[in-house]
Structures are given as C-alpha cells and as structure tokens.
Design a protein around this ligand. Structure first.
Ligand code: PLP
Length: 371
C-alpha cells in the first residue's frame, strides 16, 4: 500500500512519516525479549531517551499508544477521591481530564479557550483557592489547536505549591525543548508516532522522585501499566510484558538519528519549518487559530476561511495532490485544518503544501493574493 502511494505527503500531527532507515529495521527478524540482544537494545534506548527527556529520573518504554501513557501517569500516582487540577485548552487536555475522572479522581477543571495558551497566573489562583488539590495535569503541546503551553512557567507555579505535576508531552518531546527535571515535571509522557519519527506502538514515560513517593501511596487500580513492575523488569533489562519488538528496533534507530543531528539542531529545524509554515499560510491570506507566543512549532491550525468547505479542501489535496492534512477535533471540527510539521520533516514538504493550497483555494472560492 505504501508502494502504491510513494509520494504521499503525510502532514497530519501523527502518525508522521518515518525515515527509510527506521522503516528498514522494522522488517528485522524477532529476537528473544528475555535475551541478551534485547537487553542491549533496551539499555541503549533508555540511555538515549534520558538525554531527550533531559532527565536523571527513570524512563520506561511501554507498549501502547500515547493515551496508554497518560493513563499510566494517572493510575500510578493517584488514589480515587484525590483532588486534581485538570488544566485544559483543547481536545487532549480534555482527554487527560477524562482519564483522571474515569479512575475516580475528583477533578477540578481549569479550562482555557481553545487556541490560547494556559495562563500560569490562573493556575496559581486556582491552587491558592483550593489547598486540597494534590496534583495538576496539563498537555504541553495541544495538538488539537496548535498551541504550545508555557511548561516552564506552569511548572514553576506547581512547584511553588509543591503539587504533583503530570504532563502530556506527546506531540512536543523530541521536537521542542522539554526540560523534564528543570521544569518540575514529576511524570512526563510521550508517544512514538509523533516527533520521534517512529511508527505507532510505543509510549515513553519519565518518572521522577516526587512521582515515586506518590506511587508508593497511590491506590488506583492498575496492572499492565504498573511502574513498580516496569522498574523491576528494567533492572533486568526487560519489560514486564512482551514488548513491540519491531517498534523497539525503530525507536533505537530513530534515537541514533536524533543524536546524530543533535538535539539543538532538531529543535532549530522545527522552529525554522514552523516559522515558514506560519509565514506562508498568512501570505495566502489565511489566519491562524494560534499565533505569536502561543504558536506551536510542531503543528499549525489554520482557520477555514468563510465560504470555503474545509472537508472539500482536504479531499482535493488528498486526491489530486497526495497531500494529507488533518481536520479539526471536538468543537473545532469543520472550523480549522491542521498541518503537522514534526519529526521527519523539512521545508520542502511544507512548500509543497503551500503551493498546492495556492492552486486549490481559488477553486473553492477563496482568491489568494499574488506572490
Ligand atoms: C496524539 C496525542 C495523544 C494521543 O495519543 P494516541 O497515541 O492516539 O493514544 C495524546 N495527547 C496528545 C497531545 C497527542 O498529540
């Protein structure tokens, strides 16, 4: 199927395209996941992941999608009835909230408008108002709206009040600077298929000392995602359950590529490509859902202009130009389209999106300014 569509420009915010070197190792033969080769593999991966997480804490690789890692953060650190300040400014913030609720946390919602960044001062006020809160949840990069929240500032506030901070960095880690330890993140989670240039199937979590203390008392039901089991097995260079071995191969190769490029260069490339995206989208006469300091360097949300059928736009791009963009989610369905520019991406893929939009938008009744 991939061969039939060799030129597809997949510009959704995950799964993202993978480098050929990463795809190649996915076809390797299986190995014993309780054997010496896997032990070497998981040790190398864990070491390199600590560099990406910028942590001295524990890092585990779980076989599940990103949502599984969010669930792991909740069930490993909280007890039913715990008061949790659930920050949300989008679809994935809401999902974090729902997971906490599903396991019996007493959720105190702190919503912000979709398309705007989280205001650290409002977080401070909420924590001051309600001393019973024990944990705070937040999404670093809100994939549904193209907003990057100020994790450093919110982390500082959470630490001022000495609360537990659980963070979803699924669409930022590996692309945007995330300082897990320096920014006070007690559990920080991510997935393989967004910024890591790896197929879906793995999630990576960082667990810091304050989270371990919470874990010791946490009473939410858990089994598959139990961090104690993950830690005990990692000491023997294993995972508790059969890992997705092929995706481990892919992650190993992708981490080597990230290391080769250098994290600072990877971040700089994402800034460059994101700035190009925003500049060129605006030059088409379109507007952004999130702009300025809130704008994400991994995903850009564009307002569908009045009179244009957003669904039709994406369909033409897909069918005639082999460009796949994402629509809106939740309350933004039909109102925005999103361009993913994370992972294995450079200017060339974005220029292709822009030049196609330049042709397709006028066909749908939206004249674009001349270059
Ligand atoms: C993609 C994403 C998720 C969900 O990940 P799945 O792998 O689909 O379970 C959660 N949070 C954020 C911010 C995401 O971008």
């Amino acid at each position: 199927m991939t061969e039939a569509r060799p030129r597809q420009n997949l510009r959704i915010p995950g799964p993202t395209p993978c480098p050929p070197e990463v795809l190649e190792v996915m076809s390797w033969q299986m190995i014993n996941h309780r054997g010496k080769e896997f032990a070497e593999l998981i040790r190398r991966i864990t070491g390199r992941l600590k560099m990406v997480f910028q942590t001295k804490g524990d890092v585990f690789v779980l076989t599940c999608s990103g949502t599984g890692s969010v669930e792991s953060a909740v069930v490993n650190t909280l007890s039913p009835g715990d008061r949790v300040l659930a920050i949300s400014n989008g679809f994935f913030g809401d999902r974090f909230t729902e997971v906490a609720k599903a396991y019996g946390a007493e959720v105190v919602p702190l919503p912000f408008p979709w398309g705007k960044g989280v205001d650290p001062e409002a977080v401070r006020n909420a924590l001051r108002r309600d001393p019973g809160i024990i944990a705070v949840t937040m999404v670093h990069n809100e994939t549904s709206t193209g907003v990057t929240n100020n994790l450093a500032a919110v982390g500082r506030v959470v630490k001022e009040f000495d609360k537990l901070f659980l963070v979803d960095a699924i669409s930022s880690l590996g692309c945007i600077d995330v300082r897990t330890d320096d920014w006070g993140c007690d559990v920080l989670v991510t997935g393989s298929q967004k910024g890591f240039m790896v197929p879906p199937g793995l999630a990576m979590v960082c667990v810091n000392p304050k989270a371990w203390q919470a874990h010791a008392k946490a009473k939410m039901p858990r089994y598959y995602f139990d961090y104690t089991r993950a830690k005990n097995f990692l000491e023997a260079s294993q995972t508790p359950w059969t890992p997705s071995v092929s995706v481990f191969y892919a992650l190993d190769r992708a981490l080597a590529l990230l290391e080769e490029e250098g994290l600072a260069n990877v971040f700089a490339r994402h800034v460059r490509v994101a700035e190009l995206t925003r500049r060129e989208i605006k030059a088409l006469g379109l507007s952004l859902l999130a702009d300025g300091k809130d704008a994400s360097n991994t995903v850009t949300a564009v307002n569908v202009p009045p009179g244009v059928d957003g669904g039709k736009l994406l369909q033409i791009l897909r069918d005639e130009y082999q460009i796949v963009l994402a629509g809106g989610q939740g309350i933004q369905t039909g109102k925005i389209f999103r361009i993913g520019h994370l992972g294995y991406v450079d200017e060339v893929e974005i220029r292709e999106v822009i030049s196609s939009l330049r042709v397709v938008l006028p066909r749908l009744g939206f004249p674009v300014p001349a270059r």
